[in-house]
Design a protein around this ligand. Sequence first.
Ligand code: PEP
Length: 258
Amino acid sequence: MRAKLVAGNWKMNGSLASNQALLKAVLPPLAALGRARYAVCAPFPHLVTVAQLVRGTNVALGAQDLCQFDDGAYTGGVSAAMLADCGCRYVIVGHSERRSVFGETDDLVAQKFAVAIKHRLAPILCVGETLAERESGATEAVVARQLDAVIRRCGAAALGQGVLAYEPVWAIGTGKAATPQQAQAVHAFIRGRIATADHRLADELLILYGGSVKASNAAQLFAMADVDGGLIGGASLVADEFVAICRAAQGAQETVRA
Ligand code: PEP
């Protein structure tokens, strides 16, 4: 059975002090929750501090991006080894903001995925279509293209070392989440596509949903058969919201077990 995962993506928000305060508000209620898993993806300069705060808790540390190269003369780059050294377990790759604002291509995302797993980080690979792509009926083709770039470079089995996140671009930061049915349809498509390469891998792979998840819609989204939790942006910056979303994941987990 897949354990639900909820990962907060703090993006480029907060200060050392405010993010510490956020974490201090979130850690005790999450400690009381059960088998679902939790993570926060912090800005680079905050990683070491956050690592100290989450050590020994049920919240793992993630980063939001990494450099595709191992090491060397790449000014401004942050390597997978550095992230692992800071205590990261996860790293987001291919977030739509990286793709659209920073021009990351499918192939660059695949390179980042490859270097992450080489250093035993679990990449959270984001895929998802724009509104125009959805409206033109291209959702599955876009998601398949983004996924296939990683499979081509790393092999399908490599997906098992990470986590997928379906994040429709039109739902990110807009307040307009996909309906549970829309999310389920794309998650099932992704799982089915991976199953053609490896059934067992497809069964075990976590596929998170991301895009305007809030306390008010999390339970319905997480109740879907192929939605294994969430990647949470804005709502992960509000302690009560994030805790409520994590509770919804825990509730969905218990329903699956019953
Ligand atoms: C995200 O950026 O990954 C995200 C899902 O953002 P939001 O929850 O704010 O839509």
